[in-house]
Design a protein around this ligand. Structure first.
Ligand SMILES: Nc1nc2c(ncn2[C@@H]2O[C@H](COP(=O)(O)OP(=O)(O)OP(=O)(O)O)[C@@H](O)[C@H]2O)c(=O)[nH]1
Ligand SMILES: [Mg+2]
Length: 319
């Protein structure tokens, strides 16, 4: 069996190795992804995002337990591209979800690529494809909702959950623009703390203020949960199911989503590849160095130099 076949048959070692290779940008991983692509598109992908420490991993851990009890297989990807503390956070996620580590029906990994722009988005999407191809029914992607990358990642999920905690209502407006738009379900976790009801109302007001945002006919529910006490989890899973049925109820929504997904995936991939291949070549070329010197000596300006280098490169690439 080749690697792709092993992955499709569910071989955990091959899956783990490929995801690591994707994270490390190992060139050969791309070839395997090509072979896996026809086997993707079956899993249901749930994105979970929110500020650090709101309880995302605890929620995911409880969701996994309930999904397993329902007989579903689950893949979990914890994405942590920005934090300099990622070692710690990822370790925390692992520990938090430790109890599933002996369960063959659950596969949990962290993604930590940094460096190139677009890198983490791309590698997470590829890792989703791998878990999809290996046959997981549901894939949950946890990201810390701080940057555009994380928003891009959860946006490619079928259902996106935004996790908040009591008292955060006021902060939501200050959160990254777009966070309200991408949420299909809002969860106010740590509802054992004071002020959960107020936060629910704050969020509801914000959503109702801008209903045109939800033009596909889905009005995001706002739920409360106490992840550590396993409260509110079944309700979240029920809403995910409802959202899924909503998406599947209309052929128009389905084809629109498919188009958007393929469009996003392909444009991200092209962007990624251009940066990786073309940019690297330019930066490492002798001409780049001589141009730097010319600018320093005042013989040319960076604007002209940039236009010259790029158009020359693109012409050569097209030839
Ligand atoms: N009081 C209370 N604490 C909770 C609840 N859910 C989670 N916590 C605690 O909140 C802390 C952070 O939980 P995590 O699940 O690691 O949060 P996270 O959002 O995944 O954190 P990062 O991945 O670091 O962004 C832990 O100490 C949890 O035990 C809850 O419902 N109530
Ligand atoms: Mg976490």
């Amino acid at each position: 069996m080749d690697i792709a076949e092993k992955i499709i048959s569910g071989d955990i070692r091959s899956v783990a190795r490929l995801i690591r290779d994707i994270d490390d940008n190992v060139p050969g991983s791309r070839e395997v992804l090509k072979d896996l692509y026809p086997s993707t598109g079956k899993a249901y992908v749930v994105g979970i995002t929110g500020s650090p420490g709101v309880g995302k991993s605890t929620l995911v851990d409880q969701m996994v337990t309930h999904l397993r009890a329902d007989g579903k297989t689950v893949g979990v990807l914890a994405v942590d591209p920005t934090s300099p503390f990622s070692g710690g956070a990822i370790l925390g996620d692992r520990v938090r979800m430790q109890r599933h580590s002996m369960d063959e029906g659950v596969f949990i990994r962290s993604m930590a690529t940094r460096g190139y722009f677009g890198g983490i988005t791309q590698s997470t999407r590829s890792a989703i494809d791998v878990l999809d191809a290996m046959g997981k029914d549901c894939i949950i992607v946890e990201t810390v909702g701080v940057g555009q990358d994380e928003i891009d990642i959860v946006q490619s999920a079928d259902t996106t959950i935004i996790v908040l905690v009591p008292g955060m209502g006021d902060d939501v407006q200050a959160l990254k623009a777009g966070i309200l738009e991408i949420g299909n379900i809002f969860v106010i976790n740590k509802a054992d703390r004071e002020g959960a009801d107020r936060t629910v109302n704050d969020i509801r007001l914000m959503i109702e203020m801008d209903e045109k945002r939800y033009k596909d006919g889905w009005k995001p529910p706002i739920l409360t949960a106490q992840a550590v006490f396993d409260k509110g989890i079944i309700e979240i899973l029920d809403e995910i199911d409802k959202h899924r049925k909503h998406l599947e109820s209309s052929a128009k929504i389905q084809s629109m989503r498919k188009y958007e997904k393929v469009r996003n995936d392909l444009s991200e991939m092209i962007k990624d590849k251009i940066i990786r291949d073309v940019f690297d070549e330019i930066i490492n070329s002798g001409e780049f160095e001589t141009t730097l010197q010319s600018i320093i000596k005042g013989e040319t300006d960076p604007y002209t130099a940039c236009d010259t280098i790029v158009s020359k490169k693109l012409k050569k690439g097209a030839a």
